[in-house]
Design a protein around this ligand. Structure first.
Ligand code: UDP
Ligand code: MN
Length: 261
C-alpha cells in the first residue's frame, strides 16, 4: 500500500491555462496514488477547469479562491513584486485539514502517512520526483533546475544532512528553497493547523513563511540522490502573441470565441 501524494496546484485563467493543465494532468496520470487539488484563482469554479478535470482520469478536487485585488499583480508590475498563488495553496491546505478531521478514523481516510506537494501549473516534473517524495517523514527536499537566475538551486548535503543552501540570492533566508523543491508529510500539516503561506511575505520569503514553524534545516530529508539530481524544472511559458488575432477581430474575422483553447 503506497502513501497518497496530494498535489496542490494554484491556477488562473489565461490563454495558456488549458495547455498547462493538460500537460500537467498527463504527467500525473503516470503517478500512482496521486490526488490532484486544483485551486483556481477565481470568484467561481470555471467550466474549463471542471471539464478538464472530469475527463482527466485523475482523482481530484476542484477548489477556488480569488486573490484579493490588493494582493494581486497588476498588468505591468514586475513579476517579483507579490507572491503568486499564496491564498490558493492555503485553500488547498484548509481543504486537506478539514477533510482529514471529518474522516478521522474512517476507512480510507486521508492517512497521516500521505504527502503534500505544491506544484505550479507551468513547471516540468520528472516522474521520478514523486517516488522520491513518497516516503517523506516531515519535510523532504531536492534541487530545482532553472530557477533564481541559476542553472539550479539546491540544498547542500554533507554527511547525509542538509548543512546550507546553494542559491544565488538572499542566502540568509530561513529556507531559500523554491516551492517546487520540497514536500511535507500530512502528519506535519495536521499537527500544525496554523502553518500557512503568508501572502504578504517579502519577496522570496513565501516558502520560508510556511516552512519556518514546521521544520529545522537539520531535520530536512534530502532526496534525489542526496540532492545531486535535477527532477523538477522551474520552466515558464511564454505569453502567446495575439497581434494577428486582434487585427482580424477588427474585421470581424477573429477565431471563433466558442472554441475553447
Ligand atoms: N497563479 C495564480 N494567480 C495569479 C498568478 C499565478 O493562481 O494571479 C498561479 C500559477 O498558475 C502558478 C503559481 O500561481 O501555478 C505560480 O505562478 P507563476 O508560475 O506565474 O509564478 P513564477 O513562475 O513566476 O514563480
Ligand atoms: Mn511558474
Amino acid at each position: 500500500d503506497q502513501h497518497t501524494i496530494y498535489v496542490i496546484t494554484p491556477t488562473y485563467a489565461r490563454l495558456v491555462q488549458k495547455a498547462e493543465l493538460t500537460r500537467l494532468s498527463q504527467t500525473f496520470l503516470h503517478v500512482p496514488q496521486l490526488h490532484w487539488i486544483v485551486v483556481e484563482d477565481s470568484e467561481q469554479p470555471t467550466a474549463l477547469v471542471r471539464d478538464l478535470l472530469a475527463s482527466s482520469g485523475l482523482a481530484y478536487t476542484q477548489l477556488h479562491i480569488l486573490t484579493p485585488k490588493d494582493r494581486k499583480l497588476q498588468e505591468g508590475d514586475p513579476s517579483w513584486l507579490k507572491p503568486r498563488g499564496a491564498e490558493q495553496r492555503n485553500e488547498g491546505l484548509r481543504w486537506l485539514r478539514e477533510t482529514a478531521s471529518a474522516s478521522r478514523g474512517q476507512h480510507g481516510a486521508a492517512s497521516d502517512d500521505a504527502v503534500v506537494y505544491f506544484a505550479d501549473d507551468d513547471n516540468t516534473y520528472s516522474l521520478r520526483l514523486f517516488e522520491e517524495m513518497r516516503d517523506t517523514k516531515r519535510v523532504s527536499v531536492w534541487p530545482v533546475g532553472l530557477v533564481g537566475g541559476m542553472r539550479f538551486e539546491s540544498p547542500v548535503v554533507e554527511g547525509g544532512k542538509v548543512v546550507r543552501f546553494h542559491t544565488g540570492w538572499r542566502p540568509n533566508r530561513p529556507f531559500p528553497i523554491d516551492m517546487a523543491g520540497f514536500a511535507v508529510s500530512m502528519r506535519l500539516v495536521l499537527a500544525n493547523p496554523d502553518a500557512r503561506f503568508d501572502g504578504n511575505a517579502q519577496m522570496g520569503y513565501l516558502e520560508s513563511s510556511f516552512l519556518q514553524g514546521l521544520v529545522t534545516m537539520e531535520q530536512l530529508e534530502p532526496k534525489a540522490e542526496m540532492c545531486t539530481k535535477i527532477l523538477v524544472w522551474h520552466t515558464r511559458t511564454e505569453k502567446p502573441k495575439m497581434k494577428r488575432e486582434e487585427a482580424l477581430q477588427k474585421q470581424g474575422l477573429g477565431s471563433d470565441p466558442h472554441v475553447e483553447v
